[in-house]
Design a protein around this ligand. Structure first.
Ligand SMILES: [Zn+2]
Length: 188
């Protein structure tokens, strides 16, 4: 059995108009998917699938906690995740997209949602995430502040708020990271 087999949803084989799945994820899931934003966590994922004339509406509700690294002191911190995601899927000749609608081959009729779940969680993480006031690793944040002050001479790091521009990030990743993730899953 592949690592992500339990996230395969058989759309073509749906007997009823509605179906519901518990696809909760844990540390093992994050370790296997190996995404850049989250390595650990526990998130309850409920997926409801509604079959329409020629489209499947997949609605995800995600609630849980992930462990990320604090922007200020780099120690681990818990971050609550309460988010929703939506996919619209249609069966077709081959893998593809039509606007917002994903196309999967009718011959297979199955979609693996593991990477989409990861994406919904990653998208729910705010750009800046730091410990509550006073909870940071003081030694580490002190060192980092000094380092940043030294390296900020010709950059604008205004105070403790460290932000990274969206545009710069995008320019450095010419390959859509979603495809990298999907490839990983498909090759598993
Ligand atoms: Zn911190």
């Amino acid at each position: 059995m592949g690592k992500f087999d339990s996230y395969k949803i058989d759309l073509r084989g749906m007997r009823e108009v509605n179906a519901s799945y518990d696809l909760s994820v844990d540390n093992e899931f994050f370790a296997h998917i190996d995404g850049p934003e989250v390595q650990k966590g526990k998130v309850q994922v409920v997926l409801d699938v509604h079959r329409m004339v020629d489209t499947y509406e997949m609605s995800f509700v995600l609630d849980g906690t992930v462990i990320v690294s604090c922007d200020r002191c780099l120690d681990e911190m818990d971050l609550d995740i309460h988010t929703k995601g939506q996919l619209q899927v249609r069966l077709g000749a081959d893998y593809g997209e039509q606007g917002d609608v994903l196309i999967i081959p009718e011959a297979e009729g199955v979609i693996n949602v593991a990477w989409y779940i990861y994406e919904f969680i990653a998208l729910a993480i705010p750009m800046k995430h730091v410990h509550a006031p006073g909870k940071c690793n003081k030694e580490m944040s002190g060192k980092l502040n000094k380092h940043l002050l030294r390296s900020a001479e010709d950059e604008d790091f205004g105070g403790e708020a460290i932000t990274f521009g969206d545009e710069a990030d995008e320019a450095e990743t010419p390959v859509d990271p979603r495809w990298e993730g999907l490839k990983k899953i498909i090759n598993n």
